[in-house]
Design a protein around this ligand. Structure first.
Ligand SMILES: [Zn+2]
Length: 398
């Protein structure tokens, strides 16, 4: 039995994807060594309702020496982070000596925008990546104390796509408590479990995402660490996220949106076993449908290419059992992946130009969270008669 990483109560499993490789462990062709695998399974805490992976990746097995790094290759994401920064500048960083901290750096777009407005800022990033001013450490009580002593209190501690990956979230709260000004806020945005249920986007579940937040679980977690959930905001990026704003307990009045989302989650039974069982059933259905479609198209002689060797694609290919016999290669913009094989499924990764040489009949869109942007960019593929295969919320061709 697994114990909750937040409150130590027991976690009830509701889906087991089987044994998976690490989603970033691309393989050199010809490397016959056995890949490290772990059981990718998800459950819910019976006490605080936190949805979480059941197994930890052992120390030293993780690939990155820092927080997950998300490139802002996408113009949509760049615009999103610039707008985020402008929001903080307008609402939170209005004092004469404002200071903002980001956990992880995400390309540095947010802090760069804050800096251009003349506001002091700093990223906590052990790998040193980011571009702006970086404190080379994980964000915890000790590192926050160091920065507090030299820089003074922060108005905002912000993290995007990062907190859901941090095993010891208590350390984040301790750091926030040390570093934040009395009225300061801890703000983080991560995939919303409600969207994962709605979109059946089971591929959001992979090794790097330990937690899948809801307003309920964040509300309970905040209270546990002396904070309070004071605002929630839905974000359209990455397949549906929520931005949670937390302040020290009693310092701010929660917005109506907090009560609204809590009520909505209760009303729809978001974390009821009925909902979770239905999700599990539909994921099994997607696997069946996707395999059947790929097999049929292959049999009919159609060419199929994967689009985006994303971390999410590792869950899809390994859970469904999709290898090079169904998807001969996958195109990706990341140069370090070119010439390698995807983790577990061993599908060769090729540069983007391979996509049009010649265009395939069908493209399996693993990077569906950027669907609009990608489809706009790949209009020639459509013009050449190509079609997209999507698998959330169900298997369909567009
Ligand atoms: Zn719990």
């Amino acid at each position: 039995m697994s114990l909750c990483r937040i409150c130590n109560a027991s976690v009830r499993e509701f889906f087991d994807f089987g044994h998976h490789p690490l989603s970033a462990a691309f393989v050199e062709p010809g490397d016959s060594g056995e890949e490290f695998r772990f059981r990718l399974a998800i459950g819910i805490c019976e006490e605080c309702t936190m949805v979480q992976l059941l197994e930890d990746i052992p120390e030293g097995r993780q690939f990155h020496g820092g927080y997950p790094y998300h490139s802002s290759n996408s113009t949509v994401m760049r615009a999103h982070f610039e707008e985020t920064a402008r929001g903080f500048l307008a609402k939170e960083l209005t004092g004469p000596d404002a200071f903002m901290v980001e956990i992880g750096s995400n390309d540095g777009v947010t802090l760069r925008t804050v800096g251009e407005a003349g506001v002091r800022n700093l990223a906590f990033e052990p790998s040193g990546a980011g571009g702006g001013r970086v404190h080379r450490a994980f964000f915890d009580g000790a590192s926050a104390r160091e920065v507090r002593e030299s820089e003074g209190p922060a108005g905002v501690v912000y993290a995007a796509n990062t907190i859901c990956d941090v095993r010891d979230i208590g350390q984040v709260f301790e750091g926030a408590d040390v570093l934040l000004a009395p009225d300061g806020v801890l703000v983080f945005e991560d995939p919303y479990f409600g969207e994962i249920i709605d979109r059946r986007s089971f591929d959001q579940i992979y090794d790097e995402h330990l937690f899948f937040f809801t307003a309920h679980s964040v509300h309970a977690m905040a209270a546990r660490f002396g904070f309070q959930l004071v605002d929630v905001e839905r974000l359209p990026v990455h397949g549906g996220q929520i931005r949670y704003t937390l302040a020290r307990a009693g310092r701010r009045t929660p917005t109506a949106d907090v009560a609204g989302l809590l009520a909505e989650e209760r009303g729809r039974g978001l974390t009821d076993s009925r909902t979770l069982d239905a999700f599990a059933e539909s994921v099994r259905g997607i696997r069946q449908d996707l395999l059947a479609l790929l097999a049929k198209l292959t049999e009919q002689g159609h060419s199929i290419v994967g689009y985006g060797a994303t971390a999410k694609s590792s869950t899809v290919t390994n859970y469904c059992g999709i290898g090079p016999e169904l998807v001969p290669f996958v195109c990706d913009t990341t140069p370090s992946k070119h010439g390698k094989l995807t983790p577990g499924a061993h599908i060769p990764v090729r540069p983007p130009r391979a996509f049009s040489e010649p265009y395939p009949d069908f493209a399996l869109l693993f990077a569906w969270n950027h669907a609009e942007e990608i489809m706009a960019k790949e209009q020639e593929f459509r013009a050449a008669g190509g079609k997209w295969i999507l698998y959330v919320p169900d298997v369909h061709i567009v």
